[in-house]
Every structure is written in C-alpha cells, then in structure tokens.
Design a protein. Structure first.
Length: 201
C-alpha cells in the first residue's frame, strides 16, 4: 500500500468516521447526547480509530497500559523500534497525523536534539571520560564527541495529544550506558521549542 493511500485512509479513520457515527446517531434519535456523553463517545471512538491507524501507518497498535496510564505503541525512531506513549488531553484533529508529525520531527531533527543536549551539558563527555579513568565506567579508553553522539538513541517518546497544542518529550539514552542507568528528558512544545531537562530514571 502506498504512503499516500495510507495517509488518506488514516485521515478517514481518525477524523471522519467518529463524526459520521455521532451524526448518524443524532439523526436516528437512537440516543440523546448531552455534552458529557458526547465527549466520551468521541473519546472512545478515537481510541478505537487510533488502533486502526497504527497499522495503516506501518506501526504496531496503540494499546492502553494500565500500569503506565498511557496508550503505548512502537514506531521507528532514529532507526530503532521505540516505544511511543500517548496521553490524550483532547480528541481534536487527526490523531494519527498529529502523532506521525511529532515522530517524523524527532527523526528529521536528530542533530538538532543532540546539539541542544550537548550545549546544555557541555561537560558531559569530560565527566564520562573521568568515570572511565577512575574505573567507574568500563570502556576500552577515553571517548570522543563523535563516539558519544553515536551511542545516543531515543528510549521512548511521550506525546501529549492536544490538537494544535500537542507537545511531547523524549527520553534520551546511550549504548554503551554512558548515563549509568539514567535517561535525559528533553521536552519539545507545540512550536518545537526544545528544553533540555535533567537526568531521570
């Protein structure tokens, strides 16, 4: 199936079908929809449509994880299968396209994201080399910036779905584990402004 056909079908599934179902229900007077019920119907229909859209976009389904409290699926980020977590703050817009846009941005701006991290943590490589020297971190020898950058990957992406206000954050990881079991949180707002947070995990 071509990419264009997938996008068209994704648009129909995530945007058109839920609205049509609601309108049909109204016209047939099968149920009276107050504001609360209307919002919930749209929400659960959107959840169903996101599951279908995940396959259309060539990715796994998004399934609600009760332990995490997010809908979780997998997309390819920086050439790795990566967990993508969705939190729905709104059901406005084409959910499939919104999530796809954010993941594509992360893939297209790898250098920008890494540079933002390095600028905010300009002593990071020196700290890693100090840990290698004192034996805290096992390695064959000191590493260069290029070696450090090649080790970085995205552990997960969390998208806070909210129409045009959708923002997200990524957890940056490294292999070898230069972060000693920690992750670096990088927040990106709806206008794609990057803010490097601290280490977590």
């Amino acid at each position: 199936m071509s990419s264009m056909i997938k996008i068209i079908l994704g648009t129909v599934i995530t945007s058109v079908i839920p609205v049509l179902i609601i309108e049909m229900a109204k016209k047939k007077k099968c149920m009276e929809l107050n504001d609360f019920f209307h919002r919930n119907i749209i929400y659960y229909m959107t959840m169903f449509c996101v599951l279908l859209a995940g396959n259309l976009y060539g990715n796994t389904e998004f399934v609600f994880d009760h332990k995490l409290g997010f809908h979780v699926g997998e997309w390819t980020v920086w050439d790795r299968k990566t967990k993508v977590l969705l939190e729905f703050q709104s059901t406005e817009g084409n959910i499939g396209d919104i999530v796809l846009e954010k993941v594509n941005w992360v893939n297209d701006h790898k250098d920008t994201i890494i540079r933002a991290f390095l600028d905010e943590n300009d002593d990071c490589i020196d700290v890693v080399n100090e840990m290698i020297e004192d034996g805290t971190l096992e390695a064959d020898g000191k590493i260069s910036e290029d070696e450090f950058v090649k080790a970085l990957f995205v552990n997960n992406v969390t998208v806070f779905v909210n129409g045009s206000e959708t923002g997200f954050y990524i957890d940056l990881d490294a292999e070898p584990d230069y972060f000693m079991g920690h992750l670096v949180c990088i927040e990106v707002n709806c206008k794609y402004k990057i803010e490097v947070g601290g280490f977590n995990g």
